[in-house]
Design a protein around this ligand. Sequence first.
Ligand SMILES: Cc1ncc(COP(=O)(O)O)c(C=O)c1O
Length: 388
Amino acid sequence: MNVADRVAALPPYLFARIEKKIEECKSREIDVISLGIGDPDLPTPPHIVQALKEQADNPANHRYPSSVGLPAFRRAVTDWYLKRFDVLLDPGSEVVTLIGSKEGIAHISFCYLNPGDCALIPDPGYPVYGIGAALAGAESYMLPLKAERGFLPDLAAVPADVARRAKILWLNYPNNPTGAVASLDFFQEAVSFARSFDLIICHDAPYTEITFDGYIAPSFLQAPGAREVGIEFHSLSKTYNMTGWRLGWAAGNAEIVRALGSLKSNLDSGAFQAVQYAGIAALTGPQTCVQQMRQVYQERRDIVVSGLRSLGWRVDPPRASIYVWAPVPPPYTSEEFAELVLEKSGVVLTQGNGYGATGEGWFRISLTTPTERLIEAFRRLKETFGTP
Ligand SMILES: Cc1ncc(COP(=O)(O)O)c(C=O)c1O
């Protein structure tokens, strides 16, 4: 039996390909250090785990949850937005709980894209934006993110006929994979663009809390007019080391939130309530764990940046995210370089072109590996590639 065209056309998920290569190396007894996927190695803070344990014992939580999320969780989200960004949201109409933000990111395309429509997608970017558009039968128009523009898209360069067909503009700051950040001025420019062309903005913001050197990331929803045109996706995954728990949300424009909630109510039955209560403990509890996590990543970022520089490889230290994005040293392509590094040093880097054509010539290092393994990775790279 043939699968449907939409499934047959799906590319293999980027990290599925990398996992396969890692398995091959392991079968040759190579001690592989993965600086690939952005999955925090640090554990979920104990008070959050404790909340889950207690709530898992309550039979009321064993039943179907509401697909748009517990009112108490949505209230914790709006309280957090007010405290963190000074943005006042209505928990009843402006927040929908997600089973991890990836779920909502994929599903929003079904709410706004008809076959033949167009989505404006950052390149390089998190692959799910384009996959969602493709599954909805829509086209992706790629917005190149270039170092010389601080990895911000040039919205003025989008041809008017494309902008008129576009229904969604995707943005993601702090950015995966480049680690770039955006100012409120840029978000304001994006709001004006969305108003001019009558499209919605989906801002994907899972890394706002992972910032360095005192930098504080803004929310897209702080930009005047943002709530008229867009929503922001957020997640517990990276801020509280909860990738396995699958809990996130989308917040902002009530109509967009309603559309996503309505689709979801027909597709899923929401996040496990005990997990949502643990999410409340995360958002409303002590935030010292977030501060500690920032320190760990900043220390690792510094190890990576100085390690790359000591090899003579050019890199700018990111001000946020869990990634370091660096140009591939000549004469290699991204793929050749990632394969060479894996083969010679047993170190997994992610090839930049895995995030889009503009990522060619770049590689990404994730900071989610224990610090001593990161140090060992750079010892090996130095051994293999020497000093400049
Ligand atoms: C930019 C970006 N958006 C969304 C996600 C998905 O996160 P979640 O665990 O909330 O599904 C990730 C995960 O790596 C990401 O990098």
